[in-house]
Design a binder for this molecule. Structure first.
Ligand SMILES: Cc1ncc(COP(=O)(O)O)c(C=O)c1O
Length: 479
């Protein structure tokens, strides 16, 4: 008797490995690639299509109740870092839906994955009933996150804010209802009622009655590393003295996203994390924005902080969001659920993205993300040298600066440049000029403000960086 190899659940679907399906998928992907050959660089709007864009924007404004930051409406077509808009123009997309489209537009391999997944029997998968894509996504993410950490479980969900809500509930239950949260100045965690209170953006909670108890710690200050560690430790000790055993967790973005692409060193973070360990406070890294795009898949890996990761939340580039946590934090039944776990296509594409990031040359000291950042940094330095008047010293709130605030910062595919001394109004004007030239970027920070790029790291090449920096320099000159 021959024993059949075990089948995966998906192989029981007759659409799996079906020759007709294989041929159809190949036809679709090759049609896409044939059309994509027409997209080779920035292109101005087609005058005949200006009305199409205007009408689409009017409708968008009407349903949403307010205009968008940019007059943007995608046509649904693009190639890698280039996207075609409804007016026929083609632009560099260097913000990718705030970090979501890590492999850019119309990536043939991801489109192929999506087509196959779209043949599944349901559009959405849920927590009561799911298909194998849900398990494969969670397993792949956990496998990438796990080495050297206590992480043992993965709970997928549909948004970063929900991944964080789930994380907060888990920590609170684990700490027997401890009501307080330790967080850092200028962090961001999403826009639900509790996350907008933990996040340090006053406008994001304007009018919201406060119900979440947060103790803020100052974050790493690149202008005064030693002083900033002392200040953070003092604030931490004060919070622990004032509210003993009342903290459910300490949560942090290891690269602050909305707060200004602020990085921190392992030397700064370790004493803080050790102290939290000592008093039994779970440590939570919010990697929703940094996931996939720094020098390693997770920033805690790049900093060598694996042992501290009791909980990690991810989102954006992963397509489906998730909370990962240790066995010790595994909550009681009933605490977590939701109708939607994720869309079938998103789960399959999210898993494929994780696989490609791990299999490719993205990571490590000489990985592509590091090389992209080097190309960005050295290109920006040349721009600053050639245009010093646009780069006066940056004004910061640091009271004990030991060095000037650097005009260029970030890590891997989180890139920032700080013109105009960090002022917001001229930066916004620059962003709009840049947009008109064919480059889509955005800003971050709470003062100083920075030009922010979250480019499609999965498909961008160092030579591309030179091309878009040229546009940034020209847009500075248009001032
Ligand atoms: C660090 C961080 N956490 C959480 C969130 C919230 O994610 P979402 O917008 O998917 O709810 C974001 C979004 O920008 C983020 O940057």
């Amino acid at each position: 008797m021959t024993i059949e190899p075990p089948q995966t659940a998906r192989q029981l679907n007759p659409m799996w490995d079906c020759p007709d399906v294989e041929a159809a998928v190949a036809t679709l992907v090759s049609a896409l690639q044939r059309h994509q050959a027409t997209i080779t660089g920035i292109r101005p709007a087609d005058p005949g299509r200006a009305m199409v864009l205007e009408e689409a924007l009017d409708r968008l404004e009407s349903v949403r109740g307010r205009p968008g930051f940019y007059p943007y409406m995608g046509s649904g077509f693009g190639r890698g870092p280039l996207v075609q808009l409804a007016d026929g123009s083609v632009k560099w997309d260097l913000i990718t839906g705030i970090g979501v489209h890590g492999f850019g537009h119309g990536d043939p391999d991801l489109v192929e994955t999506a087509i196959r997944a779209s043949l599944g029997d349901t559009v959405m998968q849920g927590n009561l009933q799911c298909n194998e894509e849900a398990v494969l996504f969670a397993e792949t993410l956990l496998e990438a996150a796990r080495p050297g950490t206590p992480l043992a479980h993965c709970f997928p969900c549909s948004t970063g804010a929900l991944a964080n809500e789930n994380g907060l509930k888990i920590c609170m239950q684990h700490r027997n209802g401890a009501p307080r949260i330790l967080a850092f100045d200028h962090n961001f965690m999403g826009r639900t009622i509790s996350m907008s209170q933990i996040g340090d953006i006053p406008g994001g909670r304007a009018g919201v009655p406060l119900s979440t108890l947060v103790d803020y710690l100052p974050f790493y200050d690149v202008q005064d590393p030693e002083g900033s560690l002392q200040r953070t430790m003092d604030a931490l000790e004060m919070a622990l003295w004032r509210y003993p055993d009342q903290h459910s967790c300490i949560v942090m973005e290891l690269v602050q996203g909305e707060g200004g692409f602020n990085t921190a060193t392992a030397e700064y973070l370790r004493p803080i994390l050790d102290r939290c360990r000592e008093v039994g406070i779970p440590i939570w890294f919010d990697e929703v924005q940094s996931f996939g795009r720094t020098d390693r898949m997770f920033r805690y890996q790049g900093l060598g902080l694996e042992e501290y990761a009791d909980m990690v939340s991810v989102g954006k580039m992963s397509q489906v969001c998730a909370t990962l946590y240790s066995d010790e934090l595994n909550p009681k039944p009933g605490l977590l659920s939701a109708t939607f776990l994720g869309g079938t296509v998103s789960l399959a594409v999210g898993r494929r993205i994780i696989q490609r990031l791990l299999e490719g040359d993205s990571y490590g000291e000489d990985g592509r993300h590091a090389r992209l950042f080097q190309a960005f940094e050295s290109g920006c330095r040349s721009i600053i040298e050639r245009n010093p008047s646009y780069f006066p010293p940056v004004e910061t709130p640091c009271r004990t600066p030991k060095t000037e605030f650097p005009h260029v910062g970030g890590v891997g595919g989180m890139m920032r440049l700080t013109p105009y001394g960090g002022q917001l109004a001229p930066l916004k004007a620059l962003l709009h000029r840049l947009y008109d030239r064919g480059v889509i970027a955005f800003f971050c920070g709470h003062g100083p403000y920075h030009l922010r790029l979250l480019p499609p790291v999965g498909v961008l090449q160092p030579a591309d960086v030179e091309a878009f920096l040229e546009q940034i320099e020209l847009a500075l000159d248009d001032a």
